[in-house]
Design a protein around this ligand. Structure first.
Ligand SMILES: NC(=O)C1=CN([C@@H]2O[C@H](COP(=O)(O)OP(=O)(O)OC[C@H]3O[C@@H](n4cnc5c(N)ncnc54)[C@H](O)[C@@H]3O)[C@@H](O)[C@H]2O)C=CC1
Ligand SMILES: CCCCC/C=C\C=C\C(=O)C/C=C\C/C=C\CCCC(=O)O
Length: 262
């Protein structure tokens, strides 16, 4: 197997501004694998600064930045990529992880989850693509098991997560990405040991029903997610790979649907 070494690499992780979140866990794991520089992007600055300070305490040799960034804003996301590039000189790994589960203000859910991930992936190509002076790299997009199956409680959230899976598969197959030596894959976590932030009835009308359903499910440990992310980054054979992360199976690869078009 050809390997990409995480040691010495520069990474950018969106939605990483909370010590209990998945983005933070990914950033932590990249630092544990000796990434040289990690930028945490988020809109919530106070917990974001706490997350940065906690990582600085644990990984004193690495350079760790917190950057205020709204992934649903073109200028904000472009500015954050520029900042990381000018500060660290290059970008090698991009994790598009920020999301909201808001079925009430559903347009914001599309803007953050789907448009933010698509823009983050294209910006990764601009900054890492070999035809654009970059050194190649890897993009990991966070979808969800709701990007594979559907449930009635979360139609827009689920649509954005299905969109991330479709976009990730298609773009990985695209010659622009292949020629630029940028790989892109997605993780689809099942229910985690901790719900997303601020999730509740103001965001999800059928929240009590969802809660009952969620309570009936086992939780997936965060270490499953970080192990899978590391494998997708390190093993260069993974491209366009969609992995569901389940409590009893951390890396269940989902093959695309087949349908012969005539
Ligand atoms: N917690 C769970 O059960 C599961 C979560 N996921 C996915 O994992 C990812 C991380 O979720 P969690 O860590 O669990 O939740 P979280 O709510 O702690 O993390 C999301 C982060 O994104 C940030 N964010 C929200 N809007 C933003 C914006 N416009 N720009 C920049 N940052 C923004 C939030 O401030 C937060 O820090 C999300 O993509 C989520 O959809 C997938 C499956 C299960
Ligand atoms: C609007 C969508 C559901 C939002 C619930 C919060 C986080 C869920 C993130 C997912 O990606 C969904 C994962 C599994 C679906 C099953 C149950 C939802 C878990 C709800 C909870 O833990 O509070």
């Amino acid at each position: 197997m050809n390997r990409m070494n995480i040691e010495g690499k520069v990474a950018l992780v969106t939605g990483a501004g909370h010590v209990k979140g998945i983005g933070y866990a990914i950033a932590h794991e990249l630092l544990r694998k000796n990434a040289k520089c990690v930028a945490l992007l988020d809109i919530n600055d106070l917990p974001g600064h706490e997350a940065r300070d906690e990582l600085r305490k644990q990984f004193s040799k690495a350079v760790i930045l917190y950057i205020h960034c709204d992934v649903s804003s073109k200028s904000s996301l472009e500015g954050a990529f520029e900042k990381v590039k000018s500060h660290f000189g290059c970008i090698d790994i991009v994790c598009n992880n920020a999301a909201v589960p808001n079925e009430t203000d559903w347009e914001s859910t599309v803007n953050v989850n789907l448009i933010g991930t698509i823009r983050g992936t294209y910006l990764a190509l601009d900054h890492m693509g070999v035809s654009r002076g970059g050194g190649g790299g890897v993009v990991i997009n966070t979808s969800s098991c709701l990007g594979i199956i559907t449930r009635p409680y979360s139609p827009v959230y689920g649509a954005t997560k299905h969109g991330i899976v479709a976009f990730t598969r298609s773009i990985a197959d695209n010659n622009t990405f292949k020629k630029n030596k940028v790989r892109v894959s997605a993780i689809c976590p099942a229910k985690m040991d901790r719900p997303m932030r601020n999730v509740g009835s103001t965001m999800i009308p059928d929240f009590e029903e969802l809660r009952k359903y969620a309570d009936s499910l086992s939780s997936t440990p965060k270490s499953h997610i970080t192990d899978t992310v590391v494998k997708l980054i390190e093993n260069t054979e993974y491209n366009g790979t969609i992995c569901v992360v389940l409590p009893d199976d951390p890396m269940k690869i989902i093959e695309p649907q087949t349908l012969t078009l005539v």
